[in-house]
Design a protein around this ligand. Structure first.
Ligand code: GAL
Length: 678
């Protein structure tokens, strides 16, 4: 065959191949690894839990199941005719609370079809969308504007009718490049973190001086009260104080590159957690997959990465250290309590004291989780009826922090018996509007924790019910969640941010509003993947949590920390906002279009201001209302992330220019410039 004939033959065979295969392209035949969804991965031809795809009793052989919030994009390049599917929540979550979603179809960025709000049990809704000339098809599932609990969403019989190709490429979302703002800390020593530390008389004392800089480093202190000792090599202060009082200590650190000193106020009295706790919690990355080994590795990493040198302290085990009420997983089965009623850890944990010792030996502190009902949210053993025994067990093992949930207690307030096998484990934010009933389990555990011979930070996790910020401190709580759980996306975070203005005035040293754990780094509730927040959203997230004086709990797989995430977590000037001894939570004091202005007064009289852009486009403005920040006169302006002065401004006379990225923040500190001496 001459070359010309060969080329023609090739062309013909290509066309006949394409036309042979033109027709129906099933979505479950495409590469779905590009799907973005909350936790886990989409499942083809089955529901997420592995059952047949089933909507309101009707089963389907084809399609895919995903978890809201979910996004799939398919490149069509004008080659498709129609998209059709049926949609609904899978029956596998029937009887579980909270299943509600909206299915949305976007073509070339425009919303062309929506299912409207759908709940568990609703019959499958048909969806038919014309696609002529369309370049990009997007299939979206939202959380129905509540939360995404049990939002198992099925696109069944989902297919594209095509004139041309036999398959289509799915596309991954364009990611914006991470950029690091935090300057590398100098080789010379720098003492970071809290400048005030509370302890109760008689409690074991552990404070590791957080100091960045080259090792080896040596430590010393003046003004340490009798009963405390500082280890010169590790920088750990240990011992016990018997007398209440405030002690002004000067901490010193030195290495081959220099020396530094910094004040620390030790307050021995009734109140602990005088600054918001900082640490790590297992839930947002490992959830039910947690084990003692993973927790130890997280603790090791806290030290190895140097996070400990920036004030990060607690290593907190969340749910699933106990045995489960019904799991078939052999590592979670077994007696939940022994014959004397003592709680038994599951076989993944075994010796809890050994775990707490391991963490303490690294200079860190250890945290644990339980629930006031008989079952935790995950269905493991809770503390109901064994509160004192449990408080004693935690203290005996050496734990320093308790997160106390609400799950299965709501059922008790509604009249179900603790022994009722139908008592639901999961009931986020459900139960009682009666404040006395809402307080009861927290007051009880609070009293028992206070009776223990060690300080245990008490973190209430009842999602803000009965305005917990009004009474959380009176039941001995050191912090309280203000909302339902955070999930790994912008919308969830934004809704939580917008809910912080109401509780803000109640935050103070020892009593903190908790907007939930951080969603930076690799997160995913058992299947960790990089956070879906953009770099700008991550800057906004960490900045606002610090402005909010929030407990800072890293939620990611510590072993997968990258340079960008470490940059976010080690900016000492940003962390200093969170740890400021005044403990005033920032409030939104102004809005300009989509920009919300958060201001936080600091102990030294300066004011930190976060200009947050909630809009879908970058915002450029000259911000004139500086007087609204309750500032006066000439002010020095410092860019907190970049750790440098960027100018001065006279309030009332000048405006400040701002360029704020989409969903991003500009974080500034205003400090009065002393008037010149005449
Ligand atoms: C939820 C809580 C989560 C996690 C989970 C464990 O109620 O808000 O943060 O602790 O329970 O099952």
């Amino acid at each position: 065959m001459n070359p010309r004939h060969f080329a023609v033959a090739l062309l013909i065979s290509f066309f006949s191949f394409a036309s042979l295969n033109a027709g129906t392209v099933w979505i479950d035949e495409l590469n779905l690894t590009t799907v973005e969804q909350e936790g886990g991965a989409p499942v083809k031809k089955l529901a997420l839990g592995g059952h047949a795809l089933t909507i309101a009793g009707q089963t389907f052989a084809r399609g895919y199941s995903t978890h809201a919030e979910s996004w799939l994009a398919i490149q069509l390049d004008g080659q498709a005719r129609t998209f059709s599917a049926k949609v609904g929540i899978d029956d596998e979550v029937k009887g579980k609370p909270g299943g509600s979603v909206e299915f949305v179809v976007l073509v070339d960025g425009q919303k062309l079809w929506s299912s409207g709000l759908m709940r568990t049990g609703d019959a499958a809704k048909p969806c038919d969308v014309p696609l002529a000339k369309v370049k990009l098809l997007e299939l979206v599932v939202t959380d129905g504007e509540d939360n995404n609990y049990y939002d198992h969403a099925d696109w069944v019989d989902a297919k594209i009718e095509s004139a041309g190709p036999s398959t289509f490429a799915t596309v991954a979302r364009a990611v914006s490049e991470p950029y690091i703002l935090t300057p590398a800390p100098p080789a010379s020593p720098r003492i970071n973190g809290a400048r005030v530390f509370g302890v109760r008389p008689g409690s074991p004392f552990l404070f590791t001086v957080p100091a960045s800089g080259q090792r080896p480093m040596t430590f010393s202190a003046t003004g340490l009260p009798a009963g405390l000792e500082l280890d010169a090599m590790t920088g750990r202060i240990t011992g016990r104080l018997t007398n209440p009082g405030t002690y002004a200590v000067i901490l010193r650190a030195g290495n081959a590159a220099g020396r530094t000193e910094s004040p620390l106020r030790i307050v021995c009295g009734d109140q602990i957690a005088l600054t918001p706790p900082m640490g790590w919690n297992s839930w947002n990355c490992f959830a039910q997959e947690v084990s003692a080994d993973k927790v130890k590795r997280a603790a090791d990493t806290m030290v190895r990465t140097g996070l400990i040198n920036h004030g990060w302290t607690y290593i907190n085990v969340d749910d699933f250290w106990q045995n489960h009420r019904a799991s078939k997983d052999p590592t979670l089965t077994g007696e939940v309590r022994d014959a004397q009623g003592n709680i038994r850890p599951n076989s993944r944990f075994g010796d809890m004291k050994a775990l707490a010792d391991y963490i303490h030996n690294l200079g860190l502190k250890a945290g644990l989780y339980s629930s006031p009902g008989p079952w935790t949210c995950g269905g493991c053993a809770g503390s109901y009826g064994h509160e004192l025994q449990d408080a004693q067990a935690y203290a005996g093992w050496g734990f320093d922090y308790l997160k106390y949930d609400w799950c299965s207690y709501g059922g008790l307030t509604l009249g179900l018996a603790a022994s009722d096998p139908k008592l639901p484990s999961v009931e986020w934010g459900k139960g009682t509007s009666n404040v006395d009933l809402a307080q009861k389990p927290y007051r009880l555990m609070g009293e028992y924790l206070r009776q223990q011979p060690r300080d245990i930070v008490y973190s209430l996790c009842q999602y803000g019910m009965s305005d917990v910020w009004l009474w959380g401190g009176s039941v001995a709580g050191n912090s309280w969640r203000t909302t339902n759980d955070i999930s790994g996306n912008w919308k969830s975070m934004r809704n939580i941010i917008l809910a912080q203005d109401i509780p803000a005035p109640w935050a103070k040293p020892g009593n903190w509003n908790d907007p939930d754990m951080l969603i930076l780094g690799y997160i995913g509730w058992g299947n960790p993947k990089p956070t879906r927040l953009t770099p700008d959203e991550q800057y906004l997230h960490f900045s606002l949590w610090c402005l909010f004086s929030a407990p800072l709990l890293i939620g990611c797989d510590m072993e997968k920390l990258d340079a960008f995430t470490l940059g976010l977590l080690t900016n000492d000037e940003v962390i200093a906002l969170d740890q400021d001894p005044l403990g005033q939570q920032a409030r939104c004091v102004d809005t300009v279009g989509d920009v919300r202005v958060y201001s936080k007064k600091l102990e030294d009289g300066s004011v930190a201001v976060g200009f947050c852009n909630f809009g879908a486009r970058p915002a450029e403005l000259k911000y004139a209302n500086l007087a609204g920040l309750r500032l006066a006169g000439r002010q020095q302006v410092r860019d907190i992330w970049r750790q440098k002065v960027v100018g001065t401004v006279t309030i009332g006379r000048e405006a400040w220019p701002l360029v704020i990225p989409t969903h991003g923040i500009v974080l500034l500190k205003f400090t009065a410039v002393p008037a010149p001496i005449p």
